[in-house]
Design a protein around this ligand. Structure first.
Ligand SMILES: [Zn+2]
Ligand SMILES: [Zn+2]
Length: 573
């Protein structure tokens, strides 16, 4: 299923309505509970409550059952605007709602009603509670009013809702798979990475994990080289003055790490753009050099609240395959065609065919002239069309400094991820007074295209680990082949095969243990090594090899030469 803004918005309305339904059920079952807010989330909805006595897990079935009863009653959900005075009267015993009422501009606030129940809300609901039949509650957790630990502690009940039971069932099946192949679990089992208390949110890569990350870098580096990018390396810690000029200090400060040395304030980079720009500024550039494509594996630090950290999906330090293309406005289109072709190829390499593109256009608070925006948006649209891609338009969802292409992929468990981005930027070139000399000998401002294909290597690693269920493609595996002699009689023969594979550059291990064959195979399977070369007396006498794939599929009577040839093919990406 392709993500579609319209479907997403309908789902959001459905789920937010389900949050009201939850609040209605709670109000009926636990009348003394104080209600706060109940938004939709990416996977469902929640409502934060201040109950008289804490809810416990075993309360959930009864609450869910009551929600279903209320859904079956098919109450119309209505919405009206009421005066703030009336609202304050309604909520005179609810300090949270009173605070919300104070925070809403104007003289009126919205109120939604279903049956006897009402809730403060700006609106956006399904027509009746009858639309909320495919719901389920998923858990209870602690939270704080306005997510601030200094505020009142609350209890959050979470759930999800779908348009029908079939979609709900699919979701549950995917959830089950996702839990089974959770990258944090696989990362531990496969000894790839860990997280330590000494560095909350900072991943530690163990040798095999580091190997895969480096392989990914080689893969991207190769793409950069083939597409005219030049790799750079810029410092992790830079003068705060730079971050003030870039606007990060003003807009992004709460996500940044700072350090003071010799009475000078520095910031750890949360993004790589300013460093790249300093390199651009070192030289005078002619139009003949453009587009100038600077690339970097930029290791950035971004502070995130510990509550939102999630394995490699959400960390506090990560590496971006970040590129900055400095070009003339008329060069944007050609660059986009090339970018899209590259992005498409990369995702195909990882077995992901379902890639969805969208162009985000000018928002209300945009900088830059309409002319420049139109040139850039047309360039993005034409670029996508020329690259043979269909795309959606996300009206008004561009950044204030320029339009962008959002790329959403779908993994093997049907989940969608936004990894690649291509972002046109008018703001930073002006802000840093960048220029090039055009063909008339005049100074002209370039446009920057920020692009990342994998996005965060950490997050990508986590996504791929789950997408492949731990079974990375042959070319990425730290160990690709394990040679397994059935008994010690074949030791020498196995040794010869092992040496030949090693010499040919394959990452190979030899199992010299005295375990029975079944045990050796089991170990290799646990290690998720894609190929096992099994050699017994029969193979030795015929100078052949049995190739056992990790999937269990076997190929008999292969020659060493054919194994090498097959391996070389698998290694090509
Ligand atoms: Zn509402
Ligand atoms: Zn950038």
């Amino acid at each position: 299923m392709k993500p579609n803004k319209q479907t997403e918005q309908r789902l959001e309305v459905l789920r937010h309505s389900a949050a009201h339904l939850l609040a209605q059920a709670i109000t009926e079952l636990f009348p003394s509970t104080i209600l706060t807010i109940g938004p939709a989330t990416k996977e469902g909805f929640f409502y934060d409550f201040q109950p008289e006595n804490n809810f416990i897990q075993s309360d959930l079935p009864a609450i869910e059952a009551r929600m279903k009863e209320l859904a079956a009653k098919n109450y119309p959900i209505t919405h009206e605007d009421i005066s703030k005075d009336y609202a304050r009267e309604l909520y005179k015993n609810n300090p949270f709602k009173l605070e919300l009422i104070d925070g809403i501009p104007g003289e009126t606030v919205g109120l939604s009603r279903q049956g006897d129940f009402y809730d403060l809300c700006r609106g956006g609901h399904v027509p009746t509670t009858g639309d909320l039949k495919s719901i389920m509650l998923t858990g209870i957790s602690g939270s704080y009013w306005r997510a601030d630990q200094n505020n009142a502690p609350l209890q959050r009940i979470s759930g999800t809702a779908f348009f029908n039971d079939k979609e709900l069932r699919t979701y549950l099946m995917q959830k089950e798979l996702a839990a089974k192949y959770d990258h944090r679990k696989l990362g531990k089992e496969m000894d790839l990475f860990s997280f330590q208390d000494e560095g909350t949110g900072f991943p530690f890569y163990h040798p095999k994990g580091a190997f895969i990350i480096n392989k990914l870098k080689d893969f991207i580096r190769n793409i950069w080289t083939n597409n005219g990018y030049h790799e750079t390396i810029t410092p992790a810690i830079l003068d705060v003055a730079l971050w003030k000029q870039s606007g990060h200090y003003e807009n992004y400060k709460k996500h940044m790490y700072f350090s003071t040395v010799e009475n000078k304030e520095y910031a750890v980079k949360p993004m790589n753009c300013p460093g790249s720009i300093l390199i651009y500024k070192q030289n005078l550039h002619s139009y003949r050099e453009l587009p100038l494509r600077l690339a970097e594996f930029g290791h950035v630090h971004r502070f995130e609240l510990s509550g939102v950290l999630h394995g490699l999906f959400r960390v506090r330090a990560f590496t971006q395959d970040d590129t900055h293309m400095y070009c003339a406005p008329e060069q944007i289109e050609a660059q986009i065609v090339s970018s899209i072709q590259t992005i498409d190829k990369v995702w195909k390499t990882f077995g992901i065919e379902d890639v969805h593109y969208a162009v985000s256009t000018k928002p209300a608070n945009a900088m830059g002239s309409d002319d420049l925006w139109n040139i850039a948006i047309d360039a993005l649209k034409n670029g996508l069309t020329k690259a043979g891609k269909e795309f959606e338009i996300y009206e008004g969802e561009g950044a204030f400094y320029g339009p962008k292409i959002e790329v959403t992929i779908h993994d093997s468990m049907g989940r969608s991820w936004q990894c690649s981005t291509v972002q046109v930027d008018f703001f930073m070139p002006q802000n840093f007074e960048l220029y090039y000399i055009n063909n008339k000998g005049e100074k002209q401002t370039p446009v920057i295209i920020h692009q990342a294909i994998l996005g965060s290597l950490e997050r990508f690693f986590g996504i791929m680990l789950e997408h492949f269920k731990g079974h990375f493609p042959f070319w990425l595996c730290p160990t690709q082949i394990k040679v397994i002699p059935i008994t010690s009689d074949q030791s020498q023969y196995a040794q010869n095969i092992y040496s030949a594979l090693k010499d040919a550059g394959f990452r190979t291990e030899l199992d010299e243990s005295n375990e029975p064959l079944s045990a050796k195979i089991k170990v290799a399977q646990m290690e998720k090594i894609p190929w096992m070369l099994v050699v017994g007396q029969k193979e030795m006498e015929a100078s052949t090899i049995t190739l056992r794939h990790v999937t269990g599929k076997q190929e008999f009577g292969l020659s060493l030469e054919s194994i090498l040839e097959m391996g070389r093919k698998e290694n090509k990406v």
